[in-house]
Design a protein around this ligand. Structure first.
Ligand code: F6P
Length: 552
């Protein structure tokens, strides 16, 4: 049972945070160069390899004594109790009174996760089997459109009903041997218009993905897709060209998808941003097949078992989470970059933005009091090496320090290995450069060696100086296969959990997205000209008026 933080336990957590700040001065007295020079065992001490997945956190401004204090904070904050409560199916999403059991979605048959007295693993596997039958039918052509086997599948969803399947499908493109996949999310009509251009309605399947089946973007896009099918093929074709994934089965039927073999359910204990493992993963399964999808689940399951059972100081998500707390709360860095050296992880940062920022972008505790510390950072990023030629300048020489996670596979899928050797070299070069920097004396020496005059050396040296001492994690694995991707995503899910537990917040609600939705529905009639804007603020009313003048 998760205990509410009492005044006494909140004070204990505050003391554990204060103890961390005592370590800061010692660690900050040296820079990373100095820390590496002083301890040849630093990598061995501050990295962890588990079954071929390595987290190197040694290039952070941290030492073993600070790490011990961070582990103490985790224990004091009740991370272990909170973790046990999640795995036990307790309603740790307190503001929505829901269990949080995405771990049950990747449980093996025969395992038990209980919600309200019911083992949900049987239901999970029943849906997985139904998804597999449907996905394999689509892949083989046994389940076809009115014009024959499906050549194109369009997933219509947004947020967690889009980002997970879109990111995973792209990441696992070497395993993609099913029909082409497309993802439509934005309510901007350009998205569905551009996606449908060039598709053949008679061989296109639509998957409408929405946990609630009320999300305006998804319902609007689904309506447009339905009209596109009806206009081309007639009303009778709708059944053959649509399927849906949702927790709201009655709403799916009301929309007009009523063949139960085309409705794939999930449950309120699956958060949208944690749902790629559920029926929401159907497009992934259609792309890569049921066997590969189960490998993806198995990878996440392996990380769940590790997170649940490994001691805190040998626990990958715990260590990743604690380093993040150090950077955020002790060193005060407000952002974190995610830099995969893998083109196929080009949507990974966008996926982690929702996972991390929707989960931990909170300002009150589970008890509703203001959080006494900073919470989740701004998460952003792009794949290397592209980012190196764009925003890395700021990472190296800007006035803010942005900690970064670098992700890279030792092996590529492609046979032409020169690309991958260069990719690896670049990845390591960047973390080394961020750590070491270049002193002004080193810059002077290099300029002199290039034959520059003494005055040129002095003029240019400040520009060529890099402060270094910029923190990074490196996450290394053998190859980006379905199992490894499952492990990676689950690693980050549990990192978010660890941090949310330490901050004492509800990582599983998302009330912050509601207000804008409500106001949009109030403003819509003003855009349509059926209501006046007198009750809005002057800026909003002014813009509504300006839009009315511009709309033809
Ligand atoms: O943006 C809020 C949100 O509720 C996300 O949490 C969710 O992933 C997304 O909207 C989509 O919701 P649904 O799957 O219910 O359409």
């Amino acid at each position: 049972m998760i205990a509410a933080r009492t005044a006494a336990s909140a004070a204990a957590v505050a003391n554990a945070f204060a103890a961390l700040r005592n370590h800061r001065d010692r660690v900050e007295a040296q820079n990373l160069r100095g820390l590496f020079a002083a301890d040849p065992q630093r990598f061995a001490r501050l990295s962890l390899e588990v079954d071929g997945l390595t987290l190197d956190y040694s290039k952070n401004r941290i030492d073993t004594a600070a790490l011990v204090a961070l582990l103490d904070l985790a224990r004091t904050a009740g991370v272990e109790e909170h973790r046990a409560a999640m795995f036990a199916g307790e309603k740790i999403n307190v503001s929505e009174n829901r269990a949080v059991l995405h771990v049950a979605l990747r449980a093996e048959a025969g395992e038990s996760y209980v919600v309200d007295g019911k083992n949900v693993v049987e239901d999970v596997h029943e849906v997985l089997d139904a998804m597999t039958a449907f996905a394999e039918g689509v892949r083989s052509g046994a389940i076809a459109g009115t014009g024959g086997a499906f050549t194109d599948v369009v997933n219509i969803g947004i947020g967690g009903s889009d980002l997970g399947p879109a990111m995973v499908t792209r990441a696992l493109s070497p395993y993609h041997d099913g029909p082409r996949l497309h993802f439509v999310s934005n309510v901007d009509g350009a998205h569905i218009h551009d996606t449908l251009a060039g598709l053949n309605p008679a061989t296109t399947l639509f998957l409408v993905a929405s946990k609630t089946f009320t999300t305006i973007e998804t319902m609007t896009n689904a309506g447009t897709a339905r009209r596109w099918i009806v206009d081309a093929l007639g009303e009778a074709a709708v059944g053959a060209h649509f399927a849906a994934m949702s927790t709201a089965i009655a709403k799916v039927k009301a929309f007009g998808i009523d063949d139960e073999s085309r409705i794939f359910g999930f449950w309120d204990w699956v958060g949208g941003r944690y749902s790629v493992w559920s029926a929401i993963g159907l497009p992934v399964m259609i792309a890569i097949g049921g066997a590969n999808f189960r490998q993806f689940l198995a990878g996440a399951h392996a990380m769940d078992v590790h997170f649940r059972d490994a001691p805190l100081d040998r626990n990958l998500p715990v260590l990743l989470g604690l380093v993040g707390v150090w950077n955020r709360n002790v060193l005060g860095f407000p952002a974190k970059a995610v830099l995969p050296y893998d083109q196929r992880l080009e949507r990974f940062a966008a996926y982690l933005q929702q996972l991390d920022m929707e989960s931990n972008g909170k300002r009150v505790t589970l008890e509703g009091a203001p959080v006494p510390t900073a919470t989740g950072p701004l998460v952003w990023g792009e794949p290397g090496t592209n980012g190196q030629h764009a925003f890395y300048q700021l990472l190296h020489q800007g006035t803010d320090v942005i900690p970064a996670d670098f992700l890279v596979a030792a092996n590529a899928h492609e046979p032409d290995d020169i690309h991958h050797r260069l990719l690896l070299a670049n990845c390591l070069a960047q973390t080394e450069a961020l750590m070491r920097g270049r002193t002004t004396d080193e810059a002077r020496a290099e300029l002199a060696a290039e034959g520059k005059s003494p005055s040129e050396v002095e003029r240019l040296a400040p520009h060529k100086t890099f402060p270094g001492n910029r923190p990074t994690n490196t996450i290394l694995y053998s190859r980006l296969d379905p199992f490894t991707l499952g492990r990676l995503i689950a690693l980050y899910e549990h990192q978010v959990f660890v941090q949310g537990s330490i901050w004492g917040i509800d990582s599983f609600d998302q009330w912050g997205v509601e207000l804008g939705k409500v106001l949009a529905m109030q403003i819509l009639p003003m855009i349509e000209g059926t209501a006046g804007a007198e009750n809005r603020d002057a800026s909003t009313a002014g813009l509504i008026g300006a839009i009315a003048k511009l709309r033809s």
